[in-house]
Design a protein around this ligand. Structure first.
Ligand code: PDD
Length: 286
């Protein structure tokens, strides 16, 4: 049984309890982070801590924990649950007032709720899916306008994954006015004539921590990067495509809406970026 962290306590997972009045439960009034673990170490912890604070600030939500203590909790959970490869999920909500109310509770009366738990995924780095690549479908992006805030409002991304599954694909890329925003739980890229193309940062997409690292590594490896909008039609004529996220790192995409890219097998750029990302991130893991 896992040990989880809830509001300052380490508890067996079946003993951790959150109020039915918690605003995370009633209103999706909460933010989260997913940090990957490789070799028992945290990948890009600092990036996730910075984005967490940014999400909290954007929602005027109090942060119940210092970055130093947060790191200690991450490490303690990795150790207690003996995690070699996997993820740590962190969620902070606006807490549990005494009743349901649209108005934010006074943070002095209602402290935030903070939960962390581990997800063990042996073989995460050596994931065989990376050899095969993913199939994606395109769907309309009907999410709200602040996708840069990492909130727990994940119903539409979850529906998108189900639509993909039903269509015999692995995931969905969302489009707005014809342009790809991002994947259901990852950032989206195409490669044309060796150039890596991905949407620029704005409120329209989540500012991926993996994205930032991958673009940095790509530039260091003298690869050309262009941050601009691209349509799903352009994506279908690309040489390669891929996604990035904390749980998939860099993952090739080999089919979009049934159209195979590069003969339906991963090309050169995405697998190379995956290799570089894993190698460089492991060096800096803490
Ligand atoms: N998802 N875009 C969306 C909508 C996401 O949910 C995520 C992450 C990303 C990639 O961000 P990062 O590189 O920081 O993981 C982009 C996490 C992994 C999840 O929901 O499980």
């Amino acid at each position: 049984m896992r040990t989880v962290y809830l509001n300052g306590e380490y508890l067996p997972e079946n003993e951790a309890r959150v109020s039915i009045f918690d605003r995370g439960f009633l209103m999706a009034d909460g933010v989260y982070e997913v940090t990957s673990v490789l070799g028992g170490k945290l990948i890009d912890f600092d990036g996730h801590a910075v984005r967490l604070q940014r999400s909290l600030d954007a929602l005027d939500m109090a942060n119940p924990i210092s970055t130093e203590d947060l790191l200690a909790v991450h490490r303690e959970l990795v150790q207690r649950n003996d995690i070699d490869e996997g993820m740590i999920y962190l969620q902070i909500t606006r807490g549990a007032p005494e009743d349901r109310d649209f108005v934010f509770p006074d943070p002095d009366q209602t402290p935030p709720t903070i939960v962390l738990f581990t997800q063990s995924k042996p073989g995460l780095a050596a994931n065989p899916v990376a050899q095969k690549g993913l199939k994606v479908i395109s769907i309309e992006d009907i999410r709200w306008g602040r996708r840069d805030i990492k909130t727990v409002q994940l119903l539409y991304p979850s529906m998108g994954k189900m639509m993909a599954k039903k269509a015999g694909a692995d995931d969905a890329w969302m489009t707005e006015n014809g342009f790809v925003t991002e994947g259901t739980s990852n950032n989206a890229y195409i490669v044309k004539d060796g150039k890596i193309i991905t949407r620029a940062l704005s409120n329209d997409i989540l500012h991926g921590i993996t994205r930032a690292a991958v673009l940095r590594f790509a530039a260091e490896a003298q690869m050309e990067v262009e941050e601009r909008n691209f349509t799903i039609e352009e994506a279908k004529t690309a040489d390669e495509a891929f996604i990035t996220s904390a749980s998939t790192f860099v993952m090739p995409v080999v089919q979009i809406d049934g159209v195979p890219l590069g003969g339906g097998v991963p090309g050169r750029v995405a697998p190379r970026l995956r290799e570089i990302y894993l190698e460089e991130s492991l060096k800096k893991a803490i």
